[in-house]
Design a protein around this ligand. Structure first.
Ligand SMILES: [Zn+2]
Length: 356
């Protein structure tokens, strides 16, 4: 039985990240720099350390709606091609420093056109920024905002860029009141074009949102999906676990769950890391992955999230290996590229650490 992994070993492990928002992962110093360059005067403070603390404090709000407020500032300074390119390059550098070998980073192009950029200019700058950093690969997911009405246009954008750095599509934003079926046209367009997409579902809202995302919209993955536990019961006497039909479908079909533990605690989707459903879902062998969501707002890294979960749930190297293989299998890369990451990078590292 190998020893439990240390934080240093988790940092050194090759990792794959599926759920990370570009506008949620800026360096505080870059926010201050960009605000000065662009004459953006609405930051709560221009002191770098204070600003970093402010972002994290805002995140401990207890609701998804309040959690989303600070994004007005990061999005506010990401309105030029140079700013977008810089933020994307720095995200790639920061993820590489955290031991991430492949990441899918998402953002909503429609939020970055306030100063006249076209949607295609926005995507071009971000894709360029990601590609400028070596030693890591970053695939772009373009996101449509669920309260807005541009999802078909943004899905078209994803298709135009699919062979040039964009690997998929997503919808994000306030979940309650904005069911995924509002954007059925966009999802059906992507399905007809054999394209990949994930949907934020089962974070602030429960099973109906997950059900719609899968069974009406055809999502390949679930962003968060944490409320799937509402369809799982344990017998109080025998402890025997029973899966409802939707939970069984998610497990049977190996639907990837892009879980973001700290973010879920901050928005109230889970009470604490120790009580986060990721532990149970991993035990029940759902296709669980661990992710960051918003590295700036939540004050997290992928290594940090895995370290916190490993401590809470006694995860071994074997658990980490399984989670990393889950994530690699669930990327929107083509099959051959997934196999290469698994056989050349992930499996050799874990074999060296006694996880078969
Ligand atoms: Zn998210």
């Amino acid at each position: 039985m190998p020893d439990a992994p240390t934080p240093e070993q988790i940092l050194a492990a090759p990792k794959v990240l599926l759920h990370d928002h570009l506008d949620g992962g800026l360096r505080p110093a870059t926010v201050v720099d960009l605000a000065r360059e662009q004459g953006y005067d609405r930051l709560p403070t221009t002191d770098v350390a204070e600003l970093g603390t402010w972002f994290t404090a805002q995140a401990w709000s207890g609701s998804l709606e309040r959690y989303l407020e600070p994004f007005s500032h990061t999005v506010g300074v990401m309105q030029t091609a140079d700013a977008l390119r810089r933020v994307a390059a720095e995200a790639a550098e920061d993820l590489r420093a955290d031991g991430v070998v492949y990441a899918e980073v998402r953002f909503a192009p429609e939020l970055h056109t306030e100063q006249g950029l076209e949607l295609d200019d926005v995507v071009a700058a971000v894709v360029d920024g990601f590609a400028s950093v070596g030693g890591i690969r970053v695939g772009t997911l373009v996101t449509a905002m669920r309260h807005a009405a541009r999802s078909v246009e943004v899905a078209g954008l994803a298709l135009r860029w699919r062979d040039r750095g964009v690997v998929g599509f997503d919808i994000a934003g306030a979940e309650a009141g904005y069911p995924p079926t509002r954007h059925l046209d966009a999802f059906q367009l992507l399905q007809r074009e054999n394209a990949h997409f994930t949907i934020h579902a089962g974070e602030a809202f429960g099973l109906p949102s997950i059900w719609e995302a899968l069974q009406w919209c055809g999502a390949d993955r679930l962003g968060h999906g944490v409320r799937i536990v509402d369809d799982i019961t344990a017998d109080p006497v025998t402890g025997e676990v029973h899966l409802g039909r939707l939970a069984a479908y998610v497990r049977d079909m190996r639907i990837p769950l892009e879980m973001c533990p700290t973010s879920n605690v901050q928005t109230g989707a889970a009470a604490s890391i120790a009580e986060h459903p990721v532990g149970l879902l991993r035990r029940l062998r759902f296709r669980v992955t661990v992710n960051t969501d918003n590295r700036l707002m939540s004050g997290v890294s992928l290594s940090g999230e895995l370290t916190a979960c490993a401590a809470a749930f006694d995860w071994s190297f074997d658990d980490l290996r399984r989670l990393t293989l889950n994530a690699t299998k669930s990327t929107f890369l083509d099959f051959g590229e997934r196999l290469t990451i698994m056989s050349d990078v992930v499996k050799p590292f874990f074999a060296d650490h006694g996880a078969a």
